[in-house]
Design a protein around this ligand. Structure first.
Ligand code: CU
Length: 295
């Protein structure tokens, strides 16, 4: 069609194509300028790591678990193929009557133990890093609401003293450039390369949510009456998306989590403007010892 058209229509098509390419280049340029921690269409594998913990998780998954799983699967497949071919009724009409083989029994006990040890050591090391909170530069409290939203509280002692709700944008009037089912009205903001302590809970007895940010290696349950703590250190400025990760009710799929990671100066500026915009709160950072702490 393109090659058959002449004159004005061909020029129109070419200029449309040119404009499309310019728009595309602008979009790619804008996207590469800032890290976007969201799933991509057709994505395979783990989310791109943007924190030390997530880097460890990706290494553990890609360099330790995947090779072991692949090797075991191929080994079992090879055994099945050998047995099917070599020991079927036609190829092997008089089956062996062997019932015992001490060497084999020792091997299939010891080898799995060794494999589990190889997995357990880095696994426990990673768990320890994840659950050992470093000194926090910024503390925020996140509450999973029964109305399927998240409430972010920035305590006074960190320069905050306000709280706000973060809700999914209306999908019918989603502005261009906003991500479907992910972008929210009020994003949380934290500084880059700082230890962020996140205290997580939920507001109504009986509804458990879970706070998760895959690129930062964060996932922790939000349980009413309990205060959970986790942390992350975002190494790149950008927007990080997560979703409630514990089936909590009818709008479970519509309570995304958005954290914008900015420079220290931009964070200070945001704190000042957010303090004016949002309702003040007397919430102080809760001490884990005050509540029934769970990890
Ligand atoms: Cu939920």
């Amino acid at each position: 069609m393109l090659f058959k058209s002449k004159g004005a229509s061909a020029r129109r098509i070419l200029s449309t194509a040119g404009a499309t390419m310019v728009t595309w280049a602008a979009l790619v340029g804008a996207a590469s300028a800032q890290f976007v921690g969201a799933p991509r269409p057709g994505q395979m594998g783990m989310s791109e790591a943007a924190s030390p913990i997530m880097r460890e998780m990706v290494f553990f998954h890609d360099a330790i678990l995947l090779p072991i799983i692949t090797a075991i699967s191929l080994f079992v497949l090879a055994l099945i193929v050998i047995v099917v071919n070599k020991y079927n009724e036609k190829a092997n009409p008089t089956p062996s009557r062997t019932t015992h083989h001490a060497g084999l029994e020792v091997a299939w006990t010891v080898i799995p133990v060794v494999i589990l040890l190889i997995i357990a050591i880095p696994s426990f090391r990673l768990l320890n890093h994840q659950l050992t909170l470093p000194d926090a530069d910024v503390t925020v409290k996140v509450t999973g609401n029964s109305s399927w939203a998240w409430t972010w509280s920035y305590p006074k002692e960190g320069g905050g003293g306000f709280e706000f709700q973060s809700r999914l944008l209306d999908q019918a009037t989603l502005p261009a450039g906003k991500l479907r089912l992910l972008d929210v009205d009020n994003e949380a903001v934290v500084p880059v390369n700082k230890n962020i302590r996140v205290q997580v809970t939920a507001d109504v007895v009986g509804i458990i949510h879970a706070f998760a940010l895959p690129n930062l290696g964060v996932r922790i349950d939000a349980i009413p009456g309990r205060l959970n703590e986790t942390w992350f250190r975002a190494e790149r400025e950008g927007v990080y998306y997560g979703q409630c990760s514990e089936l909590c009710g009818k709008d479970h799929a519509y309570m995304p989590i958005v954290v914008r990671v900015v420079s220290e100066d931009a964070y200070k500026a945001w704190l000042a403007s957010a303090a004016k915009q949002f309702a003040s709160t007397s919430a102080e950072p809760l001490r884990v010892a005050d509540a029934t702490a769970t990890r």
